[in-house]
Ligand binder design. Structure first.
Ligand SMILES: [Fe+2]
Length: 220
């Protein structure tokens, strides 16, 4: 599949009079930015740019079926369409280092989902494209690019802090460092569109996050 087909699959799911600005379509804009970001990083790493764009566009496609269970639904949807290689990113994008607890919002809630995802993660080895989508998913909003600190602070404020949140954040930052070392430059240097106030508040946001994680630790 190329990125043109991927974009067509994505855009055929716009709801509510095809108005991308509507809340229920926010994930589609987020997916477009994720694809664009993935392509930019792939370019720096001399990887297949169109493939990166394709998988970025489709990583959240499971949301057409069910938001909470979107990793599994997306995997099944793309697998059924005959794209098992693209389907993998529906699952892997949510789990840093291939570990089921390294995810936002505490991880799969029911036993069947947990087992399905855990078995899948154990059956594969992560590749560089998995890592790129994992990262891009975490600094791409529906309104464009931001910092990891801003995005994780936003997720943590909306969804709360879980037992795994601190570890998840640490692993995201480690992955960011790894990719930056491979590129020989900072990720933010590739994304001049990030708002100055987001960049200026990186340290503040980071401190706020640490504080939230510490408060959680005390209650455990
Ligand atoms: Fe996403």
């Amino acid at each position: 599949m190329n990125s043109e087909t991927a974009l067509a699959i994505l855009l055929q799911n716009i709801k509510n009079n095809k108005d991308l600005g509507k809340t229920e379509n926010r994930w589609i804009l987020h997916s477009i930015y994720t694809g664009l970001a993935a392509r930019r990083i792939a370019h720096e790493l001399n990887l297949d740019e169109d493939y990166a764009l394709t998988i970025g566009y489709l990583h959240d496609i499971g949301r057409i079926i069910n938001h909470n269970n979107h990793p599994i639904e997306g995997y099944l949807y793309l697998d059924n369409l005959g794209y098992p290689d693209i389907a993998r990113y529906s699952i892997t994008h949510s789990f840093i280092n291939n570990v089921i607890f390294n995810t936002a919002g505490g991880g799969p809630k029911d036993k069947d989902s947990y087992n399905f995802i855990n078995n899948y993660l154990k059956s594969i080895e992560l590749n560089i494209y998995d890592n790129i989508i994992q990262l891009c998913d975490l600094f791409c909003l529906e309104s464009g690019f931001t910092t990891f600190e801003k995005r994780i602070l936003d997720i943590s404020t909306r969804k709360g802090i879980y037992d795994n949140s601190s570890e998840h954040f640490k692993n995201i930052m480690n992955l960011k460092n790894e990719i930056e070392t491979m590129m020989g430059k900072e990720i933010y240097s590739l994304f001049k569109e990030i708002r100055k106030e987001d960049l200026d508040s990186i340290n503040d946001d980071y401190e706020k996050l640490l504080k939230m994680f510490k408060t959680k630790e005390k209650t455990l």
